[in-house]
Ligand binder design. Structure first.
Ligand code: GDP
Length: 279
């Protein structure tokens, strides 16, 4: 897939992140559990080196559970702390602080040895657009938290959210620029809704998505749309079947391709079609 998109403004974002990262102990990186690799920006490993690292596999409610377990194990193997999550649910937040403390236990221990008690861990939430950063901050911080305001000299211009006596969060998330020189990555970002629809061809995206689903999750497609197909069938025929099953037809019974595209993308993104992992 081709993308009419150039991340010009991302140079500024990167510089900002380089500055912000100096202020924190822990990077909380959100990835999309449906595309745990495609939704990562590899630069974060360079930017966040020497920091403690927690990966939140967000939108886990939309992802294939078994694959989420596998990806989680993969990241843990690489040395990250990992939690899978639905950022919209407050109940998912319960153990986050425990894991933050666990991830930063070296620092806490070092502070303790120096006689520093109760110095909060400072964390920053990062991730590509739409991955759920704001949703997470709202759910995790809740209403009860106090903004600690500017601390001149130390954190000029920065707002921190005091979550409890142990954790402070930088209140604006760091926006990572998606990487999609790789067409596969671009495809994954497009169909999950991470990038704006005006920079790629939706029809191509939906064709590729359906072809993918026909192979890796055929039963979900068959059941949800009440259609039958063989895996070797041309995708346009499957689209016609979906159109007929769902009444995506124009006057005279002509296939309304725009309607099918819209329907499939919506059903995929909302999880109505099933729980899928593409990476
Ligand atoms: P940000 O750009 O990273 O700050 O992303 P937002 O927090 O604005 O979230 C983008 C969209 O994803 C919103 O419509 C959220 O409701 C939705 N969202 C966030 N987290 C989750 C999640 O865990 N599961 C699902 N299904 N949707 C989520």
């Amino acid at each position: 897939m081709n993308f009419q998109w150039y991340p010009g403004h991302m140079t500024k974002a990167k510089r900002q992140m380089q500055e912000d990262i100096k202020l924190i102990d822990l990077v909380i990186e959100l990835v999309d559990a449906r595309i745990p690799l495609s939704s990562r920006n590899p630069d974060i490993d360079e930017l966040g080196k020497n920091k403690y690292r927690l990966i939140l596999m967000n939108k886990a409610d939309l992802a294939d559970k078994e694959r989420t377990r596998e990806w989680s194990a993969f990241f843990k193997e690489k040395g990250f702390f990992v939690v899978s999550l639905d950022a919209r649910s407050k109940s998912g937040m319960k153990n986050i602080t425990d894991i933050v403390m666990e991830a930063c236990k070296e620092k806490i221990e070092r502070d303790r040895k120096r006689g520093i008690k109760n110095r909060p861990v400072r964390a920053m939430v990062v991730g590509i657009p739409n991955v759920g950063k704001s949703t997470f901050i709202n759910s995790y911080a809740g209403k009860a938290c106090a903004k600690t305001g500017n601390k001149p000299g130390v954190t000029k211009g920065k707002q921190w959210i005091r979550l409890n006596k142990s954790v402070e969060l930088l209140d604006t998330p760091g926006i990572l620029w998606p990487k999609f020189e790789d067409p596969e990555v671009g495809f994954c970002l497009a169909v999950t809704g991470a990038i704006k629809e005006d920079v790629y061809d939706r029809e191509t995206a939906v064709e590729l998505l359906l072809e993918r689903l026909m192979h890796i999750y055929p039963e979900d497609l068959r059941v949800k749309y009440a259609i039958d197909f063989s895996e070797a069938e041309p995708v346009r025929e499957v689209m016609s079947k979906i159109a007929v099953a769902r009444g995506c037809l124009k006057a005279g019974g002509v296939l309304d391709i725009d309607k099918v595209i819209q329907l499939v993308l919506r059903d995929f993104r909302t999880g109505r079609l099933g729980r899928f992992t593409l990476d």
